[in-house]
Design a protein around this ligand. Structure first.
Ligand SMILES: Nc1ncnc2c1ncn2[C@@H]1O[C@H](COP(=O)(O)OP(=O)(O)OP(=O)(O)O)[C@@H](O)[C@H]1O
Ligand SMILES: [Mg+2]
Length: 364
């Protein structure tokens, strides 16, 4: 049996006209790192708070370690939570902030000392032990908030956007620290974020939500390579996947601006005879400009004029109008193109996705 089970969890807030979370099903294995990801308001925090016990469950069942938790008090669920808007006690030192919860729980003082020292050590806070929060950087405060959670000996950690207040560089280093901590503690972690990069880099599996409904659950690369619908395809990956309205004639894809691209019968057959109401999706890195790919996939060669570039250092994004949309190709830093340049490019056929325009489901 899985360690945490969500069975048809629903949440309808009193006075709300519709559910904030609908029929959420998920089995989480012990020691797994799960990320909930999705746009603002999709129900991530609500789900997490139902698991923690801070929000009543309107429907469905929650099990932790085989025990039904729906009506168990938060403190008896064996969970530690780092909140979206954590607040440290401003008048207490780092050490006191971390140990305060244990004191409240009447833990013997030698044990409080041992656990607090361990947390301070593992989080690299020794130097700041006697400082108050106002004299700490954002990242150091964040680590204190984590410290308060990890001393509680919980087998389950729930984290709600714990890095949202930090600058980009600090987020990357804290991301690594949290991953390391997760492995060291051997805990089961659910991590909420609206940042798909965080979800991709940290999680064993990602749950992607929209409007209170789970869209897809899978390993990061499963979601990236095999999105079930256009929403998932567009949410995971940056820059976003390119989408084009297309129709099929014979073995040829026709774009909205009249451009044509032949595809193999093999690919066309997978559409099961559907020829209109289609969206073609391709990621920027699967649009190729280099000589080798142009030779291999030359049959589908297209051209356009670069309208904008984003120089990222390690790679460049080239924007151009094609197929009735603005498309973006991700090319290596060695493929230098400027605004106004004409480019030839080709889509890697095996990386093309098709979506039903009406249902937005991925056809393959
Ligand atoms: N106490 C509440 N009463 C009524 N509606 C609420 C309450 N809390 C949240 N909601 C609504 O439930 C939905 C889900 O909210 P939730 O906070 O779970 O979203 P979220 O995915 O965590 O978003 P964010 O990324 O902005 O934190 C939203 O439409 C929100 O307005
Ligand atoms: Mg939230």
């Amino acid at each position: 049996m899985s360690y945490i089970q969500l069975k048809g969890l629903c949440k309808k807030y009193p006075n709300a006209t519709k559910n904030s979370v609908t029929d959420f099903n998920l089995d989480i294995e012990e020691k797994e790192f799960i990320a909930f990801v999705g746009p603002s308001g999709c129900g991530k925090s609500t789900t997490l708070r139902m698991i923690a016990g801070f929000e009543e469950i309107s429907g469905g069942e929650l099990y932790i370690d085989g025990k039904k938790m729906n009506n168990v008090l938060p403190r008896d669920r064996g969970i530690a939570m780092v909140f979206q808007n954590y607040a440290l006690y401003p008048h207490m030192t780092v050490e006191k902030n971390i140990s305060y919860g244990l004191k409240n729980m009447k833990v013997p003082s030698d044990e409080i000392k041992r656990k607090t020292d361990w947390a301070i050590d593992i989080l690299g806070l020794e130097e700041y032990r006697n400082r108050k929060p106002k004299n700490l950087s954002g990242g150091q405060r964040q680590r204190v908030a984590l410290g308060r959670a990890i001393v509680k000996d919980s087998k389950v950690f729930l984290m709600d956007e714990p890095l949202s207040n930090l600058d980009a560089k600090l987020r990357v280093s804290m991301r690594n620290e949290i991953s390391k901590l997760h492995r060291q503690l051997g805990s089961t972690t659910i991590y909420v974020t609206h940042d798909q990069v965080e979800a991709m880099t940290m999680a064993d599996r990602i749950v992607i939500m929209k409007d209170g409904v789970v869209q897809q659950v899978g390993k990061p690369m499963e979601l990236y390579d095999h999105p079930v619908n256009k929403f998932v395809a567009g949410f995971i990956g940056s820059p976003q996947m390119n989408f084009f309205d297309v129709t099929i004639e014979g073995n040829t894809v026709k774009f909205a601006d009249g451009k044509q691209m032949p595809l193999s019968e093999n690919i066309i057959n997978q559409l099961g005879g559907k020829t209109s109401g289609l969206i073609l999706g391709i990621r920027g890195e699967d649009i190729k400009l280099d000589a080798q790919n142009l030779e291999v996939y030359g049959e589908g060669k297209q051209s356009a004029v670069v309208e904008n570039t984003e120089v990222m250092g390690n790679e460049n994004n080239l924007y151009f109008t094609f197929g009735g949309a603005v498309a973006v190709a991700r090319v290596s830093k060695y493929e230098i193109s400027q605004v106004g340049d004409s480019i030839d490019f080709t889509f890697v056929p095996s990386k093309i996705h098709f979506f039903d325009k009406e249902t937005e489901e991925c056809l393959f």
